[in-house]
Design a protein around this ligand. Structure first.
Ligand code: PLP
Length: 433
């Protein structure tokens, strides 16, 4: 199996965190999101421990809430001592509602409205991760009106494309996010931030990309960021207190994806950062990382009931399930790969067929996965599992076709509980006048 929290029991049923998915589907219905809380906490601890070891006690992992945002997740992050990265007032509201300590919250987004800026300050946001000059103006205005000094990080683009493995002068410099070091804009925005009376520039942020597997991406990003920080010290006397290296460690969706040793990777980044700080005689900043996917993805799984099997001889086969792009739009959006199997007969070695697993929406693009191998006798009533759906599934779900969203059921210590209720038809038309 692609992850060690997956097993098959004596009845041939797929288990997540040791719990029988067939029994869970019977108890909670389908479609159903499962999330293994024990796994999520284990991942938080891996980051926390490795970052402290690598960068010292001031280091802090920030959970990137956009991967999966609901109240219980923020309770868990609070208990684990994590920080969070939030990207909207809605995420701030969710975190605030469970008493998350907002001084450990970092507010991202390339376009924060004036209302967002005011909302975040009203709730005592720790940091704005500032994307652009308009945002600096908005923060200065709001902070000045409130008579406070607001801490910020500046988001920079160090010009690394994680998927070509090249440090390039153009490439990611043309990102919609942040200010490029290469073009001089990072320097300009630093000078501007330093000129504003109600803003404290605490440090720099970068986020290279997602599904990063190669170990030197973070090393190179850190090196470029520190080199730039050192230039800014020479030019403006600025010494940064924080360096945020963003998120992006990859997870295994398929057997052929590698498994990364996140702790070992972070330790390696730590050694390099320490060495460079020593060389530049730069005080070691408090390092932040922002893992989203690698905290929650493989804690998750989605269960569906098979409804119909359609064979078009000489063409293709379809297996339709009771969910689809409304609960997981990622294949439809960008052909995200997933491992798919029958949960009620996970060891079935009978003859197989190739099929497309599709959803129930009135939309040909409503595909969960293509080229899936399932038992040829797959039929209505079988339970189908899509693995590794803990990240960017619930958080990207919609009510297209007025389909209610599935519940999120969490697994902990051999027990299960509802963290997000299944939507009802009343919920779906709740705001209609
Ligand atoms: C999406 C994002 C993350 C999290 O990325 P993962 O690939 O889920 O780890 C972290 N920081 C920023 C700024 C992001 O946009």
């Amino acid at each position: 199996m692609i992850c060690n929290n997956l097993t098959v029991n004596g009845e041939g049923h797929l288990c997540l965190g040791g719990q029988d998915t067939v029994a869970l589907a019977a108890q909670y219905g389908t479609p159903l999101y499962l999330l293994d809380e024990d796994r999520i906490r284990e991942r938080c601890r891996t980051y926390m421990k490795a970052m402290h070891e690598a960068f010292g006690e001031r280091a802090l992992p920030l959970y990137a809430g956009k991967a999966a945002s609901f109240k219980q997740i923020y309770r868990i992050m609070k208990e684990e001592g994590m920080g969070v990265d939030v990207v909207s007032s809605g995420e701030i509201c969710t975190a605030v509602s469970v008493g998350f300590p907002m001084e450990r919250a970092y507010f991202h987004s390339n376009n924060k409205t004036d209302a967002d800026v005011a909302y975040a300050m009203e709730h005592g946001i720790g940091y704005f991760v500032v994307d652009n000059r308009e945002e600096l103006d908005a923060i200065e205005k709001e902070a000045s009106a409130r008579g406070i000094t607001q801490k910020i990080l500046l988001r920079l683009t160090p010009g690394i494309d994680p998927h070509t493995y090249e440090a390039i002068a153009t490439g990611k410099v043309d990102s919609k996010f942040g200010s490029a070091i290469e073009t001089g804009q990072a320097d300009e925005i630093t000078a501007y931030a330093l000129s504003l009376a109600h803003i404290k520039l605490s440090g720099y942020h970068c986020h290279i990309g997602s599904q990063v597997f190669d170990s030197d991406t973070f090393l190179r990003a850190a090196a470029i960021m520190l080199e730039f920080a050192n230039q800014m010290r020479e030019k403006y006397g600025l010494v940064i207190d924080e360096l945020d290296l963003g998120g992006g460690y990859g997870v295994r969706y398929l057997e052929e994806h590698p498994e990364i040793d996140i702790a070992a990777n972070i330790i390696a980044v730590g050694l390099a950062v320490k060495a460079q700080c020593m060389m530049l005689q730069y005080p070691m900043p408090a390092v932040r990382m922002e893992p989203g996917r690698s905290i929650v993805a493989d804690a998750g799984m989605t269960l569906y009931s098979v409804g119909t099997v359609k064979r078009i001889p000489g063409y293709k086969n379809y297996v339709s399930v009771d969910g689809g792009m409304t609960d997981n739009p990622r294949y439809a959006l960008y052909q995200a790969p997933y491992t798919v199997l029958l949960a009620n007969r996970a060891n079935d070695k009978s003859e197989r067929f190739q099929c497309s697993v599709v959803g129930r929406c009135c939309e040909s693009g409503d595909i969960l996965q293509e080229h899936v191998s399932l038992p040829a006798n797959t039929a209505r009533g079988d339970l189908l599992a899509v693995l590794t759906t803990g990240a960017y599934n619930y958080s990207m779900s919609s009510n297209y076709n007025r389909i209610p969203k599935p519940p999120v059921v969490m697994l902990k210590d051999g027990k299960s509980y509802v963290a997000v209720k299944r939507e009802t038809y009343e919920d779906v038309c709740r705001n209609d006048i």
